[in-house]
Design a protein around this ligand. Structure first.
Ligand code: AQP
Length: 333
């Protein structure tokens, strides 16, 4: 019998989850849970690499866990847990900080983007990819479903894992990134050169999973389009409309070609109005389930069970790492 593939991924509780997070990551999470041994984490230690309000952070952890379940993740199929509840992440994160090079971290585009224009940034923001590598390598992960923005971090994770294996002996499985053909990079509604992001200071730039129907309609009507009136997929010449077409296609399960035909000669007004309704219809059932789960009082128990399973799987890897590196004196035989 072939062993199931191990899948790991996570999302930061750093704001309201966006349609970009959903189409790029969460939908893939759900698709994989039937066939893989999937671990889906709420990466709160990553969230604190930029300042967070403590009360809000704790609420957002529970919000995100409720959303995981509302979009279709089943805690009986997938292991759902909070990163800081499994201390092995921080422990391995430190070891891997001692493996990764400053030059490698300096080349990470996410760090450059997040640090840009700031007077000071935390060391944690700089070393974030080492912790992310620990998250993944700890579970001997085969596949990591993420959006395209995380591809560079994934490549670094493989480099770190390979370096460790070469230096200390075979320890980690080297993971593959799982990217969607479409949806891997959903762009901002106000600027199609930037990815849609939950921490963008302009709320008009994104659709949030919990946006009301009115907000969705307003945001769609204000979404930027391109100069002519043609609904055509051409990311180079028409980045704004191409982004909206990708969102429409993924949300309505219709091909881009079908949509181009449907909107031939109709202009942007009808197209954006219809897209808003597609999004309202997609998000409303998720929002209904979300409200039920968030108010049920069951989330903490689900996360506790998830953390216990994650600890069991993480522990042997951490013990092996300590043994290979020569750390401690109580864990090895
Ligand atoms: N615009 C996007 N299109 C497709 N996928 C996306 N992801 C994020 N934005 C898009 C994917 O969502 C997962 C979770 O991301 P994260 O919370 O770890 O942080 P991020 O990638 O930095 O996402 P955000 O929304 O931009 O968060 P903030 O603003 O807090 O940094 C990842 O798989 C990511 O690829």
């Amino acid at each position: 019998m072939s062993q199931r593939q191990r899948v790991f991924s996570g999302i930061q509780p750093s704001g309201q989850i966006t349609l970009g997070n959903y189409l790029g990551a969460l939908k893939q999470f759900v698709n994989l849970q039937d066939t893989a041994d999937a671990f889906y984490c709420i990466v709160d230690l990553h969230a604190i690499t930029v300042p967070q309000d403590p009360t809000l952070l704790r609420e957002r952890i529970l919000d995100l866990a409720s959303l995981y379940i509302a979009v279709g993740l089943d805690p009986n199929k997938s292991t759902l847990f909070v990163q800081s509840d499994v201390s092995a992440h921080s422990e391995l994160g430190w070891v891997l900080q001692c493996i990764v090079h400053m030059g490698e971290l300096s080349r990470m585009t996410q760090f450059k983007e997040k640090a840009e224009g700031k007077d000071s940034v935390s060391v944690g923001l700089f070393t974030y990819p080492a912790l992310m590598a620990a998250d993944i390598l700890l579970y001997q992960t085969n596949l990591v479903p993420v959006g395209e923005d995380q591809k560079q971090h994934l490549e670094l994770t493989r480099d770190i894992g390979e370096r460790f294996n070469t230096r200390f002996g075979s320890t980690f499985t080297l993971p593959e990134v799982l990217l969607l053909d479409q949806g891997a990079r959903i762009m901002s509604l106000d600027d199609p050169t930037k990815k849609m992001s939950k921490s963008n200071s302009n709320p008009q730039s994104r659709i949030e999973m919990l946006d009301s129907p009115d907000d969705i309609r307003k945001k769609m009507s204000r979404a930027v389009t391109d100069s002519d009136r043609e609904v055509r997929f051409d990311p180079k010449q028409k980045p704004a409309v191409s982004n909206l077409l990708a969102i429409y296609s993924l949300s309505a399960n219709k091909s881009i070609q079908t949509l181009e035909k449907e909107y031939q000669g109709k202009g942007y007004g009808d197209f954006k109005k219809d897209l808003a309704e597609v999004l309202v219809n997609t998000l409303q059932p998720i929002q209904k389930r979300y409200a039920e789960i968030r108010n049920s009082g069951e989330i903490q128990d689900i996360l506790k069970r998830g953390a216990n399973r994650a600890k069991e799987v993480a522990r042997p890897t951490l013990d092996l790492v300590k043994q290979q590196v020569g750390l401690g004196c109580t864990t090895h035989s």
